[in-house]
Design a protein around this ligand. Sequence first.
Ligand code: HEM
Length: 187
Amino acid sequence: MIMKQSGLLRIFIFTCTILLISIGYFIYVYNTYPAIQENESVLGEIGEGLGELGLWGLVFIYGRTCLKILLGKGKIAKRLVPDYSLDINITIINKLLHYLNKTHIYVGITTIAVILLHITFMGIPMDILFFPAVLALVIWQGLFGLFLTWRYSPTQLKKLSYLVHAQLITGIMIGIFAYFGHLLIDD
Ligand code: HEM
């Protein structure tokens, strides 16, 4: 008998798979590549600050997603936990979510810009696959986020963009790849 996997279980299995592949690749790179030195120049220092800012941007963005899942609100929640909804009416939480919803586009654009600058300033070696993967995923999020909001996008493109953009797995990959990539940098 084939059991129907719940959305959460699928995300869990996906996360474990990405983790295992990343650990394997990390061990390979660690043993074959020379250690990556941190960029100690002024630009490198600025780049480091931008990296922290980018991380906060991602915390804001996915904090909103987690809050929506917790409250059982929105399409992601309906997909992942279809029979769940938290019937609480705490004004401050609803206000916070409203504020996060309203600012998502601006926080999103800023986060992408900040992460791109971080990558440029740090002079990250692109032959280690963790880094181009993070870069591609961030650009991917931005591109489909733009198609999603652009008023001239045809309906079909908007639908596709939502499908592609509103995925937790993109965030999981960004987090795991960035984490293992940073573990390879000597400081
Ligand atoms: C690193 C950058 C970004 C990430 C990680 C991200 C992530 C997400 C996620 C996970 C969702 C769906 C779940 C949720 O409601 O929270 C979402 C929804 C959405 N995003 Fe983004 N996003 C980013 C940047 C952008 C940008 C640059 C734009 C537009 C220019 C944008 C526009 C939208 C829109 C219109 C929605 C659907 C409506 C809504 O839920 O507010 N996003 N984003």
